[in-house]
Design a protein around this ligand. Structure first.
Ligand SMILES: [Zn+2]
Length: 603
């Protein structure tokens, strides 16, 4: 009742504002397209100010403040949404997510993301096998941890075979190992005589027979190659799949993502799903992408060709016509310099590959010459220290030109403290992701709990004054859901609830959110146009299912959005806002696991 009288009083005041209120309360010259009132708006400006309402015009934030103040923007054409006291945050921006590849495969993949028991996961596998047509596969491609399961263990080859029978199946765990069932081994013609790429193996049982388990030790090529040999979706199915994947991201409040390319993902051919959406003006999120070379040893030529035929840095129109912008090169610049983050296997050392330094240097020089930003995948401190020697050298040889360009390291789980200052001196940044939330238990097993306390040292990166962005590295080495990642930044815990970080490496909720919004915007040179809800910024926001700032920390990983807005347009609605959600076409193909389970399992 009380809420109703308040609402009535509120509406009364709104209508009075619209039509000639008293002099000092003159309505605003301009009329807002949308206003959200009765909210807890986290503006995320320097002062971390909170507001009751927000007005949006032409895709930009027009005003935030008290309901009364913001109501001055109301006109007859203004859409007014009552948030019912819920919390609004700036749209989340995952600055390292394999979006275009994720979209390409989403409808073909059974997601174990968020599944709470192995029993349930195997049941889903069984059901999916029963509906999978001839010629197709059941596939689970990363994004889960055995420690998220109450059983706290991996599936066995027997369990996989029992669940899938004669339907070929492939189950990937991060870039560490995978399970092929017998039917899959047969289809791919793999047997005891098949040789594995160097640094990997096909596991054999005591009887000398293949178990179906593929082991990256640490070379994940054995895993990549199988993914690449699975039957692709059709062009139409890929577009539909991309739509549903981006909707899934909107479901968690993601309004921007920065694509880090990825193995087995050729530009421009494999980006067609997203390109089709962008050209049709149907992108429900903003996407900047970095280019990842596919040809080992020929990366330089690949970049030369891309630089000759593509332009970067046009973070153009605020409307979503082209929320799809080329940003630069990476996350791989040279395969020989790639240090895979497989904590179930020994750390790869750069010097085991004689050409890494020359390969990396010439590609970095090319980026500096062409003015292209670049990002570099680097997990271990030893790798980063050596790479910094090369980067400092190129900077010297280009008279400091490199340091005037945007560049960053990705991951940096075991970066050395002294190297933070070296990056700072070169105006570089770091993008961190929640990979430890999915592999932390194995990291501790191999490197010990002490080393895990500052892996990565996110707080120290911020204290060093470095630009830091946050994300997941989804969809394979972590789930794409941002909330387990924010949970990890704030609590230092894995999705299996193992505490990794010590107190000095835990972020406040405000700081974690800052990294996942404005911090990430730095990685696509958009820190001046988005990442907060200050006046003039992109009106990208999410209305949350619960109050991020006051709920028990445990509940943070289960948060989701109930209303997601990009450029002032509603791209997703749920619960009381479900009717506002733009309709999507039905999931295709008809056997798609997404049609039956969706993506991340929230319950
Ligand atoms: Zn990476």
């Amino acid at each position: 009742m009380k809420r109703l009288t308040q609402l009535f009083a509120l509406l009364l005041m709104l209508t009075s504002c619209g039509r000639g209120a008293k002099d000092n309360e003159q309505p605003h010259a301009e009329i807002a397209d949308m206003m959200i009132i009765n909210a807890k708006v986290a503006v995320m400006d320097e002062q971390r100010s909170m507001a009751e309402a927000i007005a949006i015009k032409d895709g930009l934030v027009a005003a935030t403040g008290s309901i009364e103040a913001v109501s001055k923007w109301k006109g007859d054409s203004t859409t007014v949404i009552d948030a019912g006291g819920k919390t609004i945050i700036p749209g989340l921006n995952d600055s390292h997510l394999h979006l275009t590849r994720g979209g390409r495969f989403f409808n073909a993949e059974l997601r174990w993301d968020g599944v709470k028991s192995l029993k349930k996961a195997l049941q889903m596998l069984k059901e999916q096998a029963e509906r999978t047509p001839e010629g197709q596969w059941v596939r689970v491609i990363g994004g889960w941890s055995p420690f998220q399961f109450e059983e706290k263990r991996f599936p066995t080859p027997e369990e996989i075979n029992e669940a899938t029978g004669n339907v070929p199946a492939y189950v990937l765990f991060l870039y560490s190992r995978a399970w092929l069932n017998q039917a899959g081994l047969n289809v791919l013609g793999i047997d005891e005589n098949t040789s594995a790429p160097e640094g990997s193996s096909f596991e054999k049982g005591p009887d000398g027979k293949l178990t179906g388990v593929l082991l990256a030790e640490p070379n994940p090529t054995i895993l990549y190659a199988r993914i690449g040999s699975l039957p692709p979706l059709s062009e139409d199915e890929m577009v539909n799949s991309t739509k549903h994947f981006y909707r899934e991201l909107n479901r968690f409040g993601v309004t921007s993502g920065i694509d880090a390319g990825g193995g087995g993902h050729k530009f421009p051919k494999d980006y067609s799903g997203t390109k089709t959406l962008a050209e049709a003006g149907k992108m429900p999120l903003r996407l900047s992408y970095y280019l990842f070379p596919q040809n080992k040893g020929a990366e330089y030529a690949e970049f030369q060709e891309w630089m000759a035929t593509n332009e970067i840095g046009q973070n153009g129109e605020i409307h979503l016509e082209h929320g799809y912008e080329l940003e630069g090169g990476g996350e791989f610049l040279a395969w020989s310099a790639g240090d895979f983050e497989n904590f179930l296997a020994p750390q790869p050392l750069l010097d085991e590959r004689p050409t890494w330094r020359a390969d990396l240097k010439k590609v970095i020089q090319l980026h500096v010459d062409k003015g292209w930003p670049f990002r570099i995948h680097a997990t271990y401190g030893e790798t980063i220290a050596k790479m910094l020697d090369v980067i400092e050298e190129v900077n010297r040889e280009t008279n400091g030109k490199l340091a005037q360009q945007r560049w960053l390291f990705d991951h940096a789980e075991t970066i050395k403290m002294e190297d933070l200052d070296r990056i700072k001196a070169l105006n570089g940044g770091i993008a961190v992701q929640a990979r430890m939330a999915y592999a932390g238990e194995f990291f501790v097993e191999r490197y010990g709990a002490e080393k895990a306390k500052q892996a990565p040292p996110v707080k120290k990166m911020m204290e060093a004054g470095l630009p830091v962005g946050a994300g997941t590295d989804g969809t394979r080495v972590a789930s794409y859901n941002p909330w387990p990642a924010l949970y990890w930044l704030i609590t230092g815990k894995t999705v299996g609830d193992l505490r990794l970080s010590d107190d000095t490496n835990l972020l406040s909720r405000e700081d974690a959110l800052h990294l996942y919004t404005k911090g990430s915007a730095w990685i696509s040179k958009e820190e001046d146009v988005k990442g907060t809800l200050e006046v003039g910024k992109y009106a990208d926001l999410s209305l949350l299912s619960k109050d991020y700032f006051s709920i028990p920390a445990e509940q943070i990983k289960d948060l989701k959005s109930v209303l997601t807005v990009v450029g002032g347009e509603i791209v997703y609605g749920d619960e009381e806002f479900e009717d506002m959600s733009p309709k999507l076409p039905e999931v295709i193909p008809a056997w798609s696991p997404v049609k039956f389970y969706g993506g991340y399992q929230t319950n």
